[in-house]
Design a binder for this molecule. Structure first.
Ligand SMILES: C[S@@+](CC[C@H](N)C(=O)[O-])C[C@H]1O[C@@H](n2cnc3c(N)ncnc32)[C@H](O)[C@@H]1O
Length: 271
């Protein structure tokens, strides 16, 4: 493929998603494009111009240009803090109202089911929303069907007992349909200012996606979550690596960085 064709496609992906792909990520995108070009009739166009003229191809490209690595109870220390402190506190503040939880770069759903199963095990009612830019991972979330590699033997293992009723052969997981149906799923592009974020959320998980964005994009998304989405007294969790890179100059007013042991998170102050 021509260098220009590839760099135009990478620039298009960045404009559409905010993602700035690293070299290793770019080679995965290149492999997809090479494969895709053999499957379709480009009608004499290069792939970039084909996408520009065939809008449905853009979704196909974007569904294959994201990194979707995830697993159940990832970063289990965060789930421990939710279990012992934050979820019970939220419930006692909210009374009979459900705790509203948003997994904002949900990938195939292991994160939102982990949150749902943990809260349910504590007798806490939730309203759960899973969103992603990638529609094929959201379909996987809807199916609730996972291979054994979504369950880890080290990180997350402390909470794998919550999955045990749903293990099928070889430690694969099938989340029951009744539970799958409780999760609202939507395509939301975090990078677009016009995207409509869920309202009045008590707990936002937005983990392992900031790593792909510029500092300016991280700042804008954090601000939009605080302005449009997060309820007073609500919490935002990034991955531990990501929160370590958030400089105090990009933390929106009204949001405080808190820690409990080695777990860091954001809390929206009550005004
Ligand atoms: C590595 S996965 C993280 C999954 C899960 N949050 C976790 O930490 O295990 C990153 C996800 O971010 C999604 N993503 C990338 N850019 C996005 C954007 N602009 N808006 C919404 N989701 C995006 C990808 O499709 C992918 O599913």
């Amino acid at each position: 493929m021509e260098d220009k064709e590839f760099s135009d496609i990478i620039a298009l992906i960045s404009r559409q998603t905010g993602i700035i792909p690293r070299e290793s990520h770019k080679s995965g995108i290149l492999n997809f494009i090479e494969k895709r070009k053999k499957e379709i009739d480009l009608g004499g166009l290069d792939y970039y111009n084909y996408i520009i003229l065939n809008k449905s191809e853009l979704d196909i490209l974007l569904n294959n240009a994201t990194v979707n690595e995830t697993y159940f109870f990832r970063e289990e220390a965060q789930f421990s803090l939710l279990k012992t402190k934050l979820l019970p506190e939220l419930q006692s503040k909210l009374g009979t109202s459900p705790v509203k939880i948003w997994s904002a770069a949900a990938s195939s759903g292991e994160e939102i089911y982990s949150l749902y199963l943990l809260a349910s095990s504590l007798g806490i009612k939730t309203e759960c929303i899973a969103t992603d830019i990638n529609t094929s991972v959201l379909e996987k979330c809807e199916s609730g069907t996972y291979k054994a590699n979504s369950v880890k033997a080290v990180d997350g293992a402390k909470f794998n007992y919550l999955l045990s009723p749903y293990f099928t052969q070889n430690k694969a997981v099938q989340i029951p349909k009744e539970i799958c149906a409780k999760i609202e799923r939507n395509k939301i592009n975090l990078s677009k200012p016009e995207s409509i974020f869920p309202k009045n959320v008590n707990l936002v998980f937005i983990r392992n996606v900031f790593v792909y964005f510029t500092v300016e994009m991280r700042k804008a998304i954090l601000q939009k979550i605080v302005d449009d989405s997060l309820a007073p007294d609500g919490y935002i969790f990034l991955s531990m690596n990501e929160i370590a890179t958030i400089d105090s100059t990009i933390i929106p007013k009204g949001l405080e960085k808190c820690s409990d042991g080695n777990v860091f998170y954001f809390h929206k102050k009550v005004t």
